[in-house]
Design a protein around this ligand. Sequence first.
Ligand SMILES: NC(=O)c1ccc[n+]([C@@H]2O[C@H](COP(=O)([O-])OP(=O)(O)OC[C@H]3O[C@@H](n4cnc5c(N)ncnc54)[C@H](OP(=O)(O)O)[C@@H]3O)[C@@H](O)[C@H]2O)c1
Length: 338
Amino acid sequence: MESGKASIALVTGGTGFIGQRLVLALCRSGAAVRVLTRRRLDSVERIRSEGGVSFFSGDLSDHSSLRGLCEGVENVFHLAGLAHTEGRGREDYAEEQWRTTVGGTENLLAEAEGKIRNVVYLSSVKVMGAGGDREIDETFAPHPEGSYGTARLAAESRILEFGKRQGVQTSVLRLSMVYGSDCKGNVPRMIEAVDRNRFPPLPETGNRRSMVHVDDVVQAALLAARNPHAAGQVYIVTDGRIYSTRQIYVWICRALGKAVPKWTVPVWLLRAAASAGDLIGAVRGRRFVFNSDVLDKLAGSAWYSSRKITEELGFHPTRDLEDSLAEMVRYYRQCRRS
Ligand SMILES: NC(=O)c1ccc[n+]([C@@H]2O[C@H](COP(=O)([O-])OP(=O)(O)OC[C@H]3O[C@@H](n4cnc5c(N)ncnc54)[C@H](OP(=O)(O)O)[C@@H]3O)[C@@H](O)[C@H]2O)c1
């Protein structure tokens, strides 16, 4: 219930993986929260039971459906978007990504004009691309990855320009890959593949990857909203650790209670298999399950620094992947049972 509260925090994407945690944290801090959603309300029971939450039915890509969304709102947490894996490969993916991410952000800002005081936008390190074995910070010139990265970068600039024009505090958080019990993406896929003995025992290649736990993303979002130093700033958010794929593989084996194989697949063999996969993909006109892209994701680096947010906003990550894998494996097993 929103009535009786001085101001409202609006969360777009409040029904998603990160958004649900942020909504709970805001409610527990006593805020009244409004969640934008396209879904049926009975499908979001988990946050519906929390006092202080109300839902607003609308679609970011349809401006007229947002009328009234920002009435009484002080803080906006803008999380809604199309994940980089969602619908990828579809012919109209780039167009849909742009419509939701950039068009959706423009529609939201048009509705917010003259009403709000603060926007925190959750973007991605994919706006910068990966720098190989180099650690990337916010000064790195952006090389957006695909239509996802390009659309995110454009949405970031819409947000920051809005802040300058309207005298509103705006900040952008560029998240590295986010993990947590019910996350989607590469880590849960890897857990399943290892469990089913479909993941090759990789050797230690010394690649460096950054990630962050969902609870720490929530911490970063709240810090950015509350600290005036965040105005007009862009921050990378990671848990401050560096992970190699081999390390993650070994931890997953342990969390699953499986013995770590004593042998490894040599890198040259993986490269040869990836090249063969590229060739098969080119001949049949469809991506093969293992190719150079997949190998790059497995063995490549994507290493980012979150020093700036730590120094300027006092961000201190509380979780790491090794500890979190137990909860992720528990969740994976629960889903398999149900
Ligand atoms: N998870 C990660 O590893 C990661 C990493 C980097 C950046 N990010 C970014 O962080 C944000 C949140 O990620 P997440 O993993 O929590 O996302 P998620 O679980 O995929 O949730 C996406 C959310 O976006 C909303 N949404 C999508 N299209 C919409 C539209 N047209 N109008 C209104 N709402 C719409 C959905 O709401 P309804 O379905 O209820 O309408 C849903 O709540 C995303 O922008 C994502 O790109 C995530």
